[in-house]
Design a protein around this ligand. Structure first.
Ligand SMILES: Nc1ncnc2c1ncn2[C@@H]1O[C@H](COP(=O)(O)OP(=O)(O)OP(=O)(O)O)[C@@H](O)[C@H]1O
Length: 305
């Protein structure tokens, strides 16, 4: 439903997006991940026809976005939650959009309800909304035309943990009913629970992509021994590269992340007579480590989280 082929965007000769390709299939959520400045928003803007690509092409529902006759009925887009007119109430924003799209007026209340904006909130001006409320309104706007595709740029920004959990459920349900979701974030943890596949971008280029489970399975093994140095020597002897596990992959007292199956790592330790106190698939923590390694040093702005 979304096809991105060799998309490239240059500003003043510098590539903000460099030869990016991926597809988002019906019935799936694609997590589009990368640090600040990686090129996520620029890619999404090109998909939605808001920025002309320097090279490559993107299609939504089989055609370039600009060729969709009534885009809101096919693709729900939330690129900037703060873009709504601050002087209008939440209900007015949706009512206007409904009229433009030819959506029955009753859908306004259905969608306000769906995103948890009650009657009181809907009567308030958008200028008085918190960022989380604006994100909810943006989601209601994106869902208004009952589209088959959702393109959402950092929709979890400003939502509290409960809001993020709620949004995951909503997006999962949307995909389970056959929709395609492209969801960007600079936080792996925000999307890994809901994304079927991940596209990781750093410095404008895709640095990793694939099924979330597959990437998790490939995330390596976390291993720890009381004698860390002996373990390092044992792994080196077996030709296994090891890095100090950091962040969520780390275990108390330190540990090593090894890009190999737990059985292979355990055998290497056993062969050298090193007693282990921990040996497990690194899973999500390992993926985070992989993500930080792959995108390391490519962030052009300070991370907000
Ligand atoms: N209109 C523009 N003119 C010049 N450079 C731009 C423009 N838009 C984006 N860029 C640059 O392109 C690069 C990618 O920016 P982009 O906003 O796409 O990244 P991002 O991954 O969405 O980051 P963030 O998470 O901070 O939104 C950055 O270096 C940015 O400064």
């Amino acid at each position: 439903m979304i096809e991105v082929e060799h998309l490239t965007k240059r500003y003043d000769g510098r590539a903000a997006v460099d030869d990016v390709s991926f597809t988002c299939a019906p019935g799936s959520v694609t997590g589009f991940l990368g640090p600040n400045g990686a090129g996520k928003s620029t890619t999404m803007r090109m998909i939605c026809g808001l920025a002309p690509p320097t090279g490559g092409a993107a299609r939504v529902c089989g055609v370039p976005y600009r060729r969709l006759a009534n885009p809101g009925r096919e693709v729900g887009v939330l690129l900037d939650a703060s873009a709504q007119h601050s002087g209008r109430t939440g209900r007015e924003v949706l009512a206007l959009a409904a009229a433009t799209m030819g959506v029955p007026r009753r859908e306004v209340d259905v969608k306000l309800d769906l995103v948890g904006l009650g009657a009181g909130a809907a009567r308030r001006r958008v200028g008085a909304y918190s960022l989380g409320m604006r994100q909810r309104l943006g989601l209601a706007h994106a869902l208004l035309g009952d589209p088959r595709v959702l393109i959402l740029d950092e929709p979890a920004n400003g939502l509290d943990p409960e809001g993020i959990f709620w949004m995951r459920g909503l997006l999962r349900d949307f995909a389970d009913r056959g929709g395609a979701v492209l969801l960007s974030s600079h936080l792996l943890r925000e999307v890994e629970a809901v994304a079927d596949q991940l596209v990781v971008i750093g410095g404008g280029r895709v640095v990793a992509s694939g099924g979330t489970d597959e990437l998790l399975a490939d995330a390596g093994t976390l291993v720890r021994a009381r004698d860390g140095e002996a373990l390092r020597r044992a792994l080196a002897k077996a030709g296994l590269a090891a890095t100090g596990a950091a962040g969520p992959a780390a275990s108390p007292g330190g540990g090593l992340l090894v890009p190999a199956e737990p059985g292979v790592v355990g055998q290497a330790a056993a062969d050298a007579g090193v007693a282990l106190i921990e040996l497990r698939p690194a899973g999500a923590g390992g993926l985070e480590h992989l993500f930080l390694t792959l995108t390391g040093g490519t962030s052009t702005k300070e991370t907000t989280a």
